[in-house]
Design a protein around this ligand. Structure first.
Ligand SMILES: [Zn+2]
Length: 459
């Protein structure tokens, strides 16, 4: 199998928007788009894919640099109430120290891992903008460019979301020293977005959105200004209601809960991705779900940080859309995100099959593909004409999948086994992972090791 894919492929079994289909012919154009997807096709003249085929999975929430601290915050410190905020202190230490080439090295390593796990696109919530002392680089977009360069090196599709960060807390609390690399007033922030768009607008594997960091970090007038400046197709991502402490602070500030405040004060619609949205009342669930916003769930990070459980059954019952992200990258696994989402609900309810319906996890899987695509603002997430040719071929020899009938294949994939069964991965018509291995795994890993050694020597 060469890196440049054949334009005519044959999948004995493929997951299409309506469910599993057999003998699927896949036609690609030279720009990496699917032009034809036909079930019941003849295999003649087509390159046969050697396992079940899934659409590539969009990862809708990532802070790439945090990959470098995964595993380093799992011991209790002197504070017996060790929680999110002590984790954040450690994270700020790293964020303050990283050099541009280190940020690129870490992001490239992460994106290789994502591709090997079956994530073919990432929405990168990028808030490191400036030099360690807070002064902008000569190129305002220096660090955004490093992350985009890492995505290009690895070959993953990216929705780059520059983050707007202005204040250190609700009510205009000044930002702290640990936050100075993040800060941009609205005018400079919008200039950054425009600069990036003008440089990369023609690349089908890159899109841009905006990310007001949170209600803590973006005052109402600044939120209004940046949201008013973008068009109807631009994704808008925000962290919201992740921690109960944040809910309490928001109530004290405004008399409203975070999601309640947001839906009443911002034009929340299908462009929006509400990242976490963990703590909602039934009224907030109804209002946010019917707005068309995507709930951006990151179950392994939410578990790691002790956030709480997203009310997934109520969200789905209200017609809400959701997608999945790996956020802090404590785990880079589509399988683990799906498994934790379902298991969390089972543990809360003390009952089985909360999000898995009569069709198993397939409906949730398809819904998370669609939600991730919507939050990415790119034509991905489905095997259908007009979408990007982003796909995963599973290892048909994996013991986990042996002798499993097609309608139980995703259940076996998600709930049984801990060996990664992702065999080949294509993004935009190009193979980047073959036989479980990214084509640049070794050189990107050695550069990552050097970058980590260097940054740790300075911490
Ligand atoms: Zn986040």
């Amino acid at each position: 199998m060469s890196r440049e894919a054949s334009r005519h492929l044959f999948a004995p079994l493929a997951l299409l928007p309506g469910g599993w289909a057999t003998d699927v012919g896949l036609d690609l154009d030279g720009a990496g788009n699917l032009t034809g997807v036909t079930a019941g096709a003849a295999s003649k003249g087509r390159d046969r894919l050697d396992g079940p085929v899934l659409p590539g999975f969009p990862n809708l929430h990532s802070h790439a640099f945090q990959r470098a601290m995964a595993g380093l915050a799992e011991h209790r410190g002197s504070d017996p109430e060790d929680d999110f905020w002590s984790w954040r202190k450690l994270m700020y230490g790293l964020a303050g120290a990283l050099m541009p080439e280190e940020i690129q090295a870490i992001a490239a390593q992460l994106y290789v891992e994502m591709l090997e796990a079956g994530y073919t696109a990432v929405a990168e919530f990028h808030y490191l903008h400036h030099q360690p002392d807070g002064r902008p680089y000569d190129d305002l977009a220096e660090l955004s460019e490093r992350v985009i360069a890492a995505a290009k090196e690895a070959g993953i599709g990216i929705t780059h979301l520059p983050v707007m960060y202005l204040t250190g807390g609700l009510g205009g609390k000044p930002a702290t020293e640990g936050q100075r690399r993040f800060l941009n007033p609205p005018e400079r922030f919008l200039r950054l977005v425009e600069t990036l768009r003008s440089r990369h607008g023609g690349d089908a594997d890159i899109a841009f959105g905006i990310a007001p960091h949170s209600l803590r970090a973006v005052p109402p007038d600044a939120l209004k200004a940046i949201v008013a400046a973008v068009d109807a197709a631009t994704p808008i991502h925000i962290h919201i209601a992740e921690q109960t402490g944040e809910v309490d602070q928001c109530l004290a500030w405004s008399g409203k809960r975070p999601v309640e405040w947001l839906v009443e004060n911002a034009p929340v619609d299908r462009r929006w991705c509400l990242v976490h949205a963990t703590h909602m009342t039934s009224d907030e669930i109804r209002r946010a779900a019917t707005s068309g916003a995507v709930a951006g769930l990151c179950p392994t990070t939410e578990a790691n940080l002790g956030d709480g459980f997203f009310p997934a059954e109520d969200w789905r019952a209200a017609g809400g859309t959701l997608g999945l992200g790996s956020d802090s990258h404590i785990s880079v696994s589509v399988i683990e995100e799906l498994r934790w989402l379902e298991y969390g609900r089972r543990l809360v309810a003390r009952r089985r099959n909360r999000l898995t319906g009569t069709g198993g996890i397939k409906d949730l899987f398809l819904a998370a593909l669609d939600g991730g695509a919507r939050a990415s603002g790119r034509p991905i997430g489905r095997m259908a004409p007009g979408r990007r040719a982003d796909m995963i071929v599973l290892d048909q020899d994996a013991a986990t999948l042996a002798e499993i009938p097609p309608d139980r294949l995703l259940d076996a994939l998600v709930f049984a086994g801990n060996v990664n069964p992702v065999k080949h991965v294509m993004v935009g018509g190009r193979w980047h992972v073959r036989d479980g291995r990214h084509s640049r795994r070794d050189d990107i890993l050695s550069r990552y090791r050097r970058a980590l050694a260097s940054v740790r020597s300075r911490l």
